[in-house]
Ligand binder design. Structure first.
Ligand SMILES: Nc1ncnc2c1ncn2[C@@H]1O[C@H](COP(=O)(O)OP(=O)(O)OP(=O)(O)O)[C@@H](O)[C@H]1O
Length: 256
């Protein structure tokens, strides 16, 4: 089956297909009495070159949705696409390749390899994929992220904000179809957090990157083009061009 919103005209197809999508996605953890329906039929699309925040109360299914969409967790039923690839049909080895080639990750805990320099960390995923970095993009990223003088440093020699900027460069340098960011500012002070969010936003505007971010923070969400709200594993609304106030109001409405 094709991706949702596939249209008849081939030349329009690529432009109109979402960067990532789910259809009737269900995830049940455990079984019998202990079963938890973490996702209960989620159908959602993430447009290309859009910055989307996923929000909702603790336990509403945000991380589960992101993990299923990024191929880090398997769905119980339903479908997930990244670009035109249906992840829910793939075997493990194919899924690993899609994750490596088409998906970028930014985690709350940075997840850099401590024995490698910043530069080596940034280039590792491309190296593992046997791809050469685009030198212009690499230079652009380290310039904008202010990492030029830090490239030979190891993570332990960098501040949290610098480590997260290295993680952002690592996610973007391979030009993935989607960057998934899981609470990317959760460990940062507000100034470092604002720098990372501003950069994610710039990557959407200037590099046409697609970014999907899970966050609890209305300030972080206000950097996004759109907020998708979850409650009890279901879509519970969305906000376009969110502001801090509109996000706070919407969360209050959900009882989050
Ligand atoms: N590995 C697991 N085994 C069993 N239940 C799980 C597992 N992972 C998540 N859950 C349950 O699934 C539901 C959704 O969890 P999830 O982590 O996706 O929520 P969340 O919105 O990301 O929460 P938080 O904001 O607290 O991180 C919760 O009830 C959680 O307890």
């Amino acid at each position: 089956m094709g991706a949702p919103q596939a249209v008849a005209l081939p030349q329009q197809q690529a432009a109109q297909q979402p960067a990532a999508a789910t259809r009737e996605l269900v995830k049940v953890y455990g079984s019998g009495e202990a079963a938890v329906r973490a996702l209960d039929g989620v159908s959602v699309q993430f447009g290309r070159a859009q910055f989307t925040a996923i929000m909702g109360a603790s336990g509403s299914g945000k991380s589960t949705l992101m993990h299923c969409m990024a191929g880090l967790d398997s769905a119980t039923s339903g479908q997930v696409w990244v670009g035109t690839t249906e992840l829910t049909r793939l075997r493990d080895a194919q899924l690993t390749r899609v994750r490596r080639d088409q998906i970028g990750f930014v985690f709350q805990a940075y997840n850099l390899l401590p024995q490698l320099t910043a530069e080596e960390n940034i280039l590792l995923p491309l190296q593992l994929a046997g791809r050469r970095p685009d030198a212009t993009l690499f230079n652009h990223l380290i310039e904008v992220l202010g990492l030029r003088s830090r490239l030979k440093h190891r993570p332990s020699q960098l501040s949290g904000g610098q480590q997260q900027r290295v993680a952002v460069a690592r996610a973007l340098v391979s030009q993935p179809a989607v960057v998934f960011a899981d609470e990317p500012t959760g460990n940062l002070d507000s100034r470092s957090g604002a720098e990372v969010l501003s950069f994610l936003r710039r990557s959407v505007r200037e590099l046409q990157q697609t970014v999907v971010m899970v966050t609890h923070d209305p300030v972080a969400a206000s950097y996004a083009d759109r907020v998708v709200l979850l409650a009890d594993g279901r879509l519970a609304g969305e906000i376009h061009q969110p502001t801090q106030d509109s996000v706070v109001d919407a969360l209050r409405g959900l009882g989050a």
